[in-house]
Unconditional design. Sequence first.
Lengths: 329, 504
Amino acid sequence: MEPRIVTNKQPFSYKRFFLQWEWMLVLLFLAITVMNMNLSEFYWDYENLRDATMGFLDKAFIVLPMVFVIILADIDISVASIVALSSVIMADLFNRGVPLELAMIICLVVGTVCGWINGMLIVKYKELSSVIITLSTMIIYRGIAYMILEDQAAGSFPDWFSYLGWGYVGSIPFILIVFTVFAVLFSLLLHKTVFGRQLYAMGNNTTAARFSGIRVDRIKVIVFTLAGLMAAVTALFLTSRMGSTRPNIAMGYELDVIAMVVLGGISTAGGKGRMIGAILAVFLIGFLRYGLGLVNVQAQILLIIIGVLLIAAVAVPQLKRSNRLTRNT
Amino acid sequence: MAEYMLELKGITKTFPGVKALDNVYFKLKPGEIHALMGENGAGKSTFIKVITGVHPADEGELYFNGQRVDIKNPTDAKRMGIAAIYQHVTCYPDLSVTENIFMGHEKIQKRTKRILWNDMHTAAEGLLKELGAGFSPKTLMGSLSVAQQQIVEIAKALSVDAKIIIMDEPTAALTKRESEDLYRIAEGLRDKGAAIIFISHRFEDMYRLASRVTVFRDSRYIGTWNVDEITNNDLIIAMVGREITQLFPKKEAQIGEELLRVEGLGRTGYFADVSFTLRRGEILGLTGLVGAGRTEVCQSLFGIERSDKGKVFLNGQEVNIRKPDDAMRKGMGYLPEDRQKQGLVLQWSIGRNITLSSLKKVSGKGVLNLEKEANLAKSLAEKMNVKAKSIFDLAGSLSGGNQQKVVFAKLLTTDVEVIILDEPTKGVDVGAKSAIYEIISDLACQGYGILMVSSEMPEIIGMCDRVAVMREGRITALLERHSITQEAILQAAMADERPLQQQY
């Protein structure tokens, strides 16, 4: 008798369970909490922490689809420009008399279309990398935003609009609730569905994915379109928080977002990493920034710390590969 | 001067699991053109790599002008004046001809390390004139035709004073007239005292140029003859003459109705006018030399590349297949040639690989049902007899034969009736080969229609009900089971016709 396959259940292994990158993030998170508590007596306070999340969650909406993009071994650096363009168009339309509700919907549509254009260009011109294509559209989208507003601010929104960025449901910030909903949706999409499985397959081996009948081009377009849509969601919350908008809004967000995703253990080589890692990284960097802000540490020092963390995120799994500390799929 | 310029005695080269050269002998006289022939995989390429130092030999002795030498790396070979010109020219298309010729040995002023452009251009011009080329050394390499690029490669060999020049299928991509020019250049080099090893699948090349011919088969040395003392037929027998063992468990399958019909399929520059039918339970072989367009035909059928002419019918209905997904929906599956790059996600478990093509079956409303998935993967892995502890073993950790079984399992999760197999036993050891033949034979009995691309003569003869032979993008023969012989196949695969390029 030939040897048979003995099991169709994966045995539980403590080693595999604990040697995951996410535990590293949890440890870092605890370390930052302890450090911040020692730095400032005001840190460990429910209301302060709660309100701190309102300050950094706006860009977190883009982190979710960026995880998909980077799992595909692509990158989208035009997201901040999409935030600016959709925000500027919304504000401009509102100032020209379009009802704000309609302008908000148009904002989402603009973001979606921008993302779709990215996706179509990337699928069409395979010889160009997504870095080059989104670099071009990054300049174009931001450029259009400048053409519309010419370096002016636009705004004077009605009071209810500020609820998005500043409001509470009971004692929980509205933005935190919306983010939680999206985070759960994106996690489920990535880890529980056929679509998510196909994403990982493409990230690991696009050719094999294609030969297996996966519609790789379509998936790529969907992913970049999602990035555009979520950039527009960020535009809504960020504009609400700022109270007005300018063409230079959200400048540099793309780097923050990519940094969070990479720190979250999503490999830029594609096919590896989990949504929970990126979400942990959002809060990690957010609270680190908040804590250091409390004691007036210069912003530049914060950047240096984030840079060091990023290098660690890339280097540690490399060093420990023999010990199987891998970023799980 | 020694009688032989280059002499190889008992050269053996082993790669993990494969003996690529087994006790090979070769003797090259000064001033001769020596043809080297053999089937695909006979060891010719490895032979070149041993001489040029890309893969040093494991065993055996090398003599250069009667002296025992070791060629450990490409630099050693270069120093001895050995240069190779490959079928696919390895050049820098964005640099000039001069730069390509002198790449790696530029003329440099000693003191200032300045590149002497004028000297190089003059020297290049001289070399090109010698070869009768009608283009300037300042032309960009990428703007030249393949034939012209080959001349540059030859000039490069001359610029390092090569005494032994290896030409690997140099005429494969050339038209008749271009080949004629190349013959003249080769003769010119010979007359100046260089020795040339000329590798080609064309008998015509050999008769026109070579004075002696050496044949390899199955990584072994078969013999060396004077060209005017050997007949075409003897040569073919030398190249293929092996016993076909009972390795093939072909069972008689019920051959049923027509499943696939291809009419006049063509893709400009790759293949033209390809027509055949495939019936239920039938194994149709598709063979020919590497580069004859077999894989291209299969990939067009499967929707990887688009064909631009012709019609495809599945179950009597005309289909328009634009992507693999279409092909699979309409009942056609493909087992790709390169299982590591095209067939598997090596970093993934066996189970995930098996279900990748049919995730719809193990999910509801787009949400995966992991238990269903594990069950499907397990049952197919067992059916294909994959040797592994569990479906969670990584695909990359399996042997070649087991990996191929996983790809088969993946293919069988889909609801296909027509299966295209592209070199299903490539790089698989003998034991596993036999297991794969059994799978293929069983599939035919179950009523699948199987189109099998293969370069391996024994498996074509042992497994197929009919064989289509391709040469340079066209089907040159369709052989019925009783008339499938090695000689008939080789004759059709090598039949002298004008190459496809000339017709476009």
